[in-house]
Write a protein of this length. Structure first.
Lengths: 404, 260, 312
């Protein structure tokens, strides 16, 4: 190269050194207060969270009066497209441009990614949609709360319920990745605690579409319960296979993770399964009243528990901000830790200080067949309510290394 | 055989499945009719792609066709996602083929038996046409030495297009067969295409027998792997592929000159 | 180096220096990392004619190794990056030894196959890689004691390192080594007849390309403070191929432009209502490129009257 290299090099060097001393981007102390709803806007989780979650958050803001501490509240819809790195980058952008709260994070990878960013930026993140219990376990931090549900709660509610009602022998179909493994571990504990056991577990590789061999084996083993400890497309395929082999007539089917929106999409596939949810729109008057308002704004659909949780979390956070008189994450966190509350979503709610797990009632529900539903989207029938003390991982068993 | 590495093959598989689904939704097309109609419809779409797009790149390094078909996958999958939504579309097993059959030593889903029989029949048919009929001979000749074949007065372009169309149609047929058992979703071709490439490479490019044998053998191997040592089953096929390429570069049944 | 290439390079450098001031810094980091990644593929594809569909093997492998060492063993950043590069280089040498003897579809399939093996391994080894949840780094660690948390600061560090990588690639193509590559590309049998161990050259390029990919992958993981399965996914391999072809195969500087355009477009589309439909847009653009503008953007700019490096 004939261009003298010294000049660009010096320039680069100067810029380099000056950047290391970059001043921290301070949050504006005037101007609107921003909530960033970081969710899957157009992918596989868009129906269970997505636009509906953003709208639920906006509802909460409107109901709160649109302002707090004299400042207007703004809701940003951010699409993480189910990519951890993208969620992290966008969260950083949001926080740097004045967001005080990151909400939703449906998809465990994005939940963990944003939790890290929240810790780095000293801003709050409330995970509602993401499932992994690592958010309050190995990856816990001062600035992140896990609000709606987690894999432990799913396993222990569904597992305990079915075992206690006679399903002692379990046959597990487990996907061979992080989610599946943690589900199996949690389910095994829950089932054992009620006097049951897993007679067999089949781990299937990622992307298995043909479950016939597993279903045959399950049929021959004659268990009381078939545990489909999977999610998404795996659940669809395994449910299809289970029905093909008539297993739904022979035994109870427990599904690891399922949402109202999934049943809306594929009712025949999911009917007859038993699952756990954090909330159901038709579970009581208060729930229904809120659901009716949401439905009016969302074309007659019915909200999932995640969308409701976003509304609830937003309201709770705004209340805290108002009470503390500041959006400073440290102060709000201190205010929230240990606080108990109740609303249409969280019954017996508490912002657990030990690991930032927000505990509340969970519900075991059956998915009704189309012929039995009394109105559109009324898919669930609550068969048991699990109190918060039993639904979530006990504090004594928490692996969270609390550093606050 | 056509020296076209078609990444979009998996997308054709997906389109076959979706054609079945929409056929049922919009036209109340019964499954058995879909088995015939969907491959034809998708096959014609393949012909359209070939004549308008792929044909332009035949004179160049085949790598460009690979890149073009890769781009097509992205476009087709995303379009389907816009149309059908990212979640699956449900398609249930036709009643006539539901339930399980008693094979004496075990119960096996009737539908799966049907799929096995149809696959075997179609594969046998394809092998027969390519290896034992005059048309097949012409196709094989055209791929090995197109100039000479043209000198005989045979329209190689039409032959190539037709072969491509049939290939696409077969992929769509596989999609139709898959629809009742798998989640019909826009990305269902993704996993399939990678394994398909591996199978074709293992069997040997240009060899129908190779593809058939390798396909069935590897399907068997993967299932066995899933039972014996699950973590390895997804990678087994690639490990086999690497071994085969190193040991027998042309694939198990391939012709040696296609090795480079 | 031609005047035009120099000009493009100068423009890129200017843009690169100013980038984090008008684009979010982490996005800028992504951009330049992919730029170097694309350059590494260009060495392989543009100068040796081998299209690898599994470069995510090295990009992701290097990224994961660096991330794992940083997150789990808390080593110095320099060591982590070095380890990532070492992993990529060794892997490239091993895979290359098998792969370069083939060409065309066979070569592509080997790279793809091995990349898939790494993908599924990363997926299964949850304790090491975090599986599908990814591996958050918790911080960028320290480089010889200096903290790297500032995004802009890290960008400039990455910029310098990427620039070094690009400079290295450019020098390589202009060296006697590069001349042999050109000879091989123009007439391989003759090159063999002249006594050149063609396979050795191919292996060397494959290894170098792998090393550069691993280097940029490690920087990417550090930049994002996160290592995820997307780094080892075959879609990423496909993405870098598109960037390289779009920018201009065989130009070294072209792929940088391709990467920049691709990532920027991706970023802006993600903010629109059709957020997840980037594939549609990129696929359509790429299809047009392959059909009509095979020389790529910079290829077209550099090409006109001169007979230039690059396949066509």
């Amino acid at each position: 190269m004939r261009v003298p290299r010294s000049i660009p090099a010096a320039l680069a060097g100067a810029l380099l050194c000056s950047s290391f001393a970059a001043a921290p981007v301070g949050a504006a102390d005037t101007g609107p207060i921003k909530i960033a709803v970081i969710t899957d806007m157009s992918g596989v989780y868009a129906a269970l969270a997505g636009q509906g979650a953003v709208d639920a958050t906006k509802m909460a803001v409107e109901d709160f009066g649109g302002k707090v501490l004299g400042r207007p509240i703004v809701v940003d819809a951010v699409d993480h497209r189910n990519q951890g790195p993208e969620a992290a980058t966008k969260a950083r952008e949001e926080f740097d441009s004045g967001a005080e709260l990151a909400l939703d994070m449906t998809n465990s990878g994005t939940a963990l990614a944003v939790a890290e960013v929240a810790k780095e930026k000293h801003k709050l993140a409330i995970v509602t949609g993401g499932a992994t219990s690592a958010v309050t376990g190995a990856n816990c931090n001062r600035y992140t709360y896990h609000y709606a549900y987690d894999t432990y709660a799913l396993a222990h509610s569904t597992g305990s319920n079915i075992t206690a009602s006679g399903g002692k022998k379990w046959y597990g179909i487990v996907p061979n990745y992080a989610f599946g493994k943690s589900m199996l571990a949690d389910f095994t504990d829950a089932v054992k605690a009620k006097g049951g056991e897993f007679v067999h577990e089949d781990t299937m590789p990622l992307g298995t579409t043909d479950f016939s061999s597993y279903m045959l084996a399950a049929k021959n083993a004659k268990p009381d319960v078939l545990g489909l400890l999977n999610a998404g497309a795996d659940t669809v395929n395994s449910m299809k296979a289970a029905k093909q082999f008539g297993l739904d007539k022979q035994m109870k089917i427990a599904v690891g993770l399922l949402f109202l929106s999934d049943v809306d999409a594929l009712p025949q596939v999911f009917e007859g399964s038993r699952i756990t949810t954090s909330w159901y729109w038709n579970q009581d008057k208060a729930a229904r009243a809120w659901a009716d308002r949401w439905s009016k704004r969302n074309g007659g659909k019915r909200p999932t528990d995640i969308q409701a949780s976003d509304y609830s979390a937003t309201t709770q956070w705004l209340n805290a901000v108002k009470a503390v008189g500041s959006t400073d994450a440290d102060k709000v966190q201190k205010y929230l830790d240990g606080r108990q509350f109740n609303d249409f979503y969280a019954h017996g709610g508490e912002w657990r200080a030990r690991d930032h797990r927000v505990t509340h009632e969970m519900y075991v529900v059956d998915v009704l067949p189309q012929s039995q539903i009394k109105e559109p989207h009324a898919w669930f029938k609550v068969v048991q309510t699990i109190p918060p003390g039993r639904a979530f991982r006990p504090e004594s068993q928490s692996v969270c290394k609390k550093d606050w | 055989m056509l020296r076209v590495v078609n990444f979009a093959h998996g997308a054709m598989f997906m389109l076959g499945a979706f054609a079945t689904y929409y056929g049922a939704q919009l036209f109340h097309l019964p499954f058995f009719v879909a088995l015939l109609v969907a491959p034809v419809v998708v096959g014609l779409f393949g012909v359209l792609l070939e004549t308008t797009l792929l044909r332009r790149l035949y004179g160049l390094d085949p790598i460009y066709n690979l890149l073009l078909t890769f781009a097509l996958v992205l476009v087709i999958e995303d379009l389907m996602r816009l149309i059908a939504g990212p979640l699956g579309s449900p398609y249930s097993t036709p009643d006539a083929l539901g339930g399980a059959t008693n094979l004496g030593f075990t119960f096996y889903p009737t539908y799966k038996l049907f799929v096995i029989l149809v696959s075997l029949a179609v594969c046998a048919g394809a092998w027969f046409v390519v290896e034992r009929t005059p048309v097949g001979a012409r196709i094989r000749a055209a791929t090995e030495n197109p100039v000479l074949v043209r000198a005989f007065g045979i329209d190689t372009r039409r032959l190539v297009t037709a072969t491509f169309g049939v290939g696409v149609g077969l992929a769509a047929l596989a999609g139709v067969l898959a629809a009742p058992t798998t989640n019909v979703q826009p990305t269902m071709g993704d996993a399939v295409i990678i394994y398909t490439f591996a199978i074709v490479v293992i069997g040997g490019l240009g060899s129908i027998v190779g593809s058939i044998v390798a396909g069935f053998a590897l399907g068997l191997l993967q299932t066995l792997g899933a039972v014996v040592f699950p973590p390895i089953s997804t990678t087994l096929i690639f490990i086999v592929m690497v071994i085969v390429i190193v040991w027998r570069p042309a694939g198990l049944f391939g012709k040696p000159e296609s090795a480079r | 180096m031609t005047r035009r290439q120099l000009l493009v390079l100068a423009v890129l450098a200017a843009i690169g220096l100013a980038l984090p001031w008008f684009v979010y810094p982490v996005v800028a980091i992504d951009l330049i990392c992919f730029g170097l990644f694309a350059v590494s593929l260009d060495l392989l594809f543009g100068y040796v004619g081998l299209l690898s569909f599994g470069q995510a093997l090295f990009w992701g492998g290097g990224g994961y190794v660096a991330a794992i060492l940083l997150a789990r063993a808390h080593v110095d950043v320099a060591l982590a990056i070095l380890a990532g590069v070492l992993y990529a280089v060794v892997l490239a040498a091993v895979v290359g030894a098998i792969a370069v003897r083939r060409s065309g579809i066979y070569f592509a399939m080997i790279t793809l196959g091995v990349a898939q093996i790494q993908y599924f391994s990363a997926f299964q080894l949850v304790d090491l890689t975090g599986g599908e949840n990814g591996l958050p780094l918790g911080g960028r660690g320290r480089l010889f004691g200096l903290p790297l948390e500032s995004d802009r600061g890290f960008y400039y560090l990455a910029f310098v390192l990427v620039a070094l990588g690009v400079w290295f690639a450019l020098r390589l193509t202009r060296s006697p080594f590069g001349s042999v590559l050109q000879a091989m590309r123009e007439n391989e049998p003759r090159a063999i007849a002249l006594g050149y161990r063609v396979d050795r050259y191919k292996l060397a390029v494959f290894t170098i390309a792998g090393g550069l990919a691993g280097f940029s992958g490690a920087l990417y993981a550090l930049g994002n403070r996160l290592a995820g399965l997307d780094m080892v996914d075959w879609h990423t391999s496909g993405k870098v191929v598109m960037m390289t072809v779009l920018g201009g195969v065989g130009t070294i500087v072209g792929p940088i432009v391709g990467a920049g355009l691709f990532e920027s477009l991706d970023y802006f589309v993600s903010k629109t209502a059709i957020g997840q439909e980037t594939n549609l847009v990129m696929g359509a653009i790429f299809a047009l490129c392959v059909l009509l503008f095979r020389r790529g953007i910079v290829g077209e700019l550099l090409a006109p009257r001169t007979k230039r490096a690059g396949p066509d």
